[in-house]
Design a protein around this ligand. Structure first.
Ligand code: AMP
Length: 229
């Protein structure tokens, strides 16, 4: 089913995407946002933008991000609450990279409950650790438009240049080998337990994330089409 007008003819969709770094969350979140006409909320992107603009939040977050650690829960919950209060989120949203701890999940549950709403589905993209390391170390982003590439699975046509805007491609600071190991450890220890939290709320859908971009999206779309009626 195709939806030309965002939100038209379908229910509001409030979605969380879980998955280790390098599982393709960002890519899938962008596709879902486009297809279902809902805002894509990436806390990682919000923090990187704040760091680039050297705002107070950016300065506060930078050290945690560079080390592959997590920005404190209180800070994250309040940023996301502010974002979810904006008009465009009233028709639904897809959260990518949040919640990342059980406390953040409780913060989100409380906020949504306070607004008489709740999540519709939580997708967990499942990919084994070796593949994630390979994907992250080959990931390149355009400095100008943020376009993402992977030297193995989605290489740019011209080496080091963005296909869309010709901008220079670079590696994210935290995609370097030393930091990747810490990010995966943090995911296993602090974020993976969220699967049990959402499974007990009967919201969890596990998605095999080892296939290609279209294949993974097909699986997600199947669930959303069923949920959307
Ligand atoms: P991402 O782009 O989702 O991989 O996030 C990049 C980095 O931003 C993470 O490694 C964390 O340092 C920080 N970050 C993003 N989202 C969160 C969150 N929900 N809680 C704490 N830290 C976060």
């Amino acid at each position: 089913m195709e939806y030309d007008e965002p939100g038209e003819g379908m229910e509001v969709m409030r979605i969380v995407l879980l998955g280790p770094p390098g599982s393709g969350k960002g890519t899938q979140a962008k596709l879902i946002a486009k297809e279902w006409g809902i805002p894509h909320i990436s806390t990682g992107e919000m923090l990187r933008e704040a760091a680039a603009k050297e705002t107070d939040l950016g300065r506060q977050a930078k050290g945690y991000m560079e080390a592959g650690g997590l920005v404190p829960d209180g800070v994250m919950v309040s940023i996301v609450e502010d974002r979810l209060r904006e008009d465009d989120c009233q028709k639904g949203f897809i959260l990518d990279g949040f919640p990342r701890t059980v406390d953040q999940a409780h913060g989100l549950d409380d906020f949504l409950e306070g607004n008489d709403t709740g999540l519709d589905v939580v997708f967990s993209i499942e990919v084994e650790a070796e593949r994630v390391v390979e994907r992250l170390s080959n990931r390149r982003l355009c400095r100008d438009c943020g376009g993402d590439f992977n030297l193995l699975t989605n290489p740019p046509r011209l080496t080091g240049r963005c296909d869309r805007c010709g901008g220079e491609l670079s590696q994210r600071e935290d995609d370097r080998a030393e930091t990747i190991a810490n990010r995966l450890k943090v995911y296993e220890e602090q974020t993976a337990p969220l699967k049990a939290h959402y499974a007990s709320a009967k919201l969890l859908q596990r998605i095999g994330g080892s296939g290609g971009i279209k294949e993974v999206f097909g699986e997600i779309a199947l669930h959303l089409n069923c949920a959307g009626g």
